[in-house]
Design a protein around this ligand. Sequence first.
Ligand code: PNS
Length: 189
Amino acid sequence: MREGVAEVGIAEDGGEKPGAVPKIRRAVCPGSFDPVTNGHLDIIGRAADLYDEVVVAVLINKTKSSLFSVEERLSLLTECTGKYGNVRVDSFHGLLVDYCRSNQIPVIVKGLRAVSDFDYELQMAQMNRGLAGIDTLFMPTNPEYSFLASSLVKEIATYGGEVGSLVPALVHERLLARIEENNRGGGSN
Ligand code: PNS
């Protein structure tokens, strides 16, 4: 194993010693997922084709206001990713690399929508690799979703715009219900 490289994942030669317990190739798709969109699911589904197990990890960020609570986001993600079979959903706080190390996850998978995403994502990827030897795999977003962001979906839906083609039906339903609740005077999360 090279110095600075996370000691998790498959053997360096790609093979396994006879009698050894097979190692699980695991990756994480981290994010806020407030709420999960079809763009997120495209990346999660493609990561699920590449890895034995994909963990979708929701950042618990108490300083950022959100439309859905962490529990609600986890529940939506669980329902939307159930079809993949090898995807599980979790939450984390603190540094992503610490979460990766505690859960034997050597790879972060990130979708790149456009060049504008690249600068910040590269900075984070290099920092995460420097901090803990955790690598980042950039996956180009399906062009169909290159304009898609949870923040835009929320804004458009809040002002009555149609977002049904941008999020799964279940998310659409809960999004409209939450916006209606908030308009009636209910709080946000
Ligand atoms: O969906 P988002 O909000 O763009 O996701 C950003 C996220 C959660 C992937 C990123 O903010 C993150 O990894 N936060 C955890 C804190 C951390 O590790 N910060 C150092 C990054 S180098």
